[in-house]
Write a protein that binds this ligand. Structure first.
Ligand SMILES: [Zn+2]
Length: 50
């Protein structure tokens, strides 16, 4: 997901609608992957506080 994100940044500098449609073009599962990464980062953040 991070690779797709960075690749999309080569064409679109901002996180706009064109950026996300480009992400989806490269990786149709992009939104699911981004959700998974966010979930993982949230989990890491929580586990640091325990
Ligand atoms: Zn970005």
């Amino acid at each position: 997901m991070i690779v797709v994100h960075e690749l999309a940044h080569l064409k679109e500098k901002e996180h706009n609608k064109a950026f996300y449609s480009l992400c989806k073009h490269i990786e149709p599962q992009y939104h699911q992957l981004e959700f998974d990464v966010r979930l993982y980062l949230t989990y890491m953040d929580i586990s640091k506080r325990i």
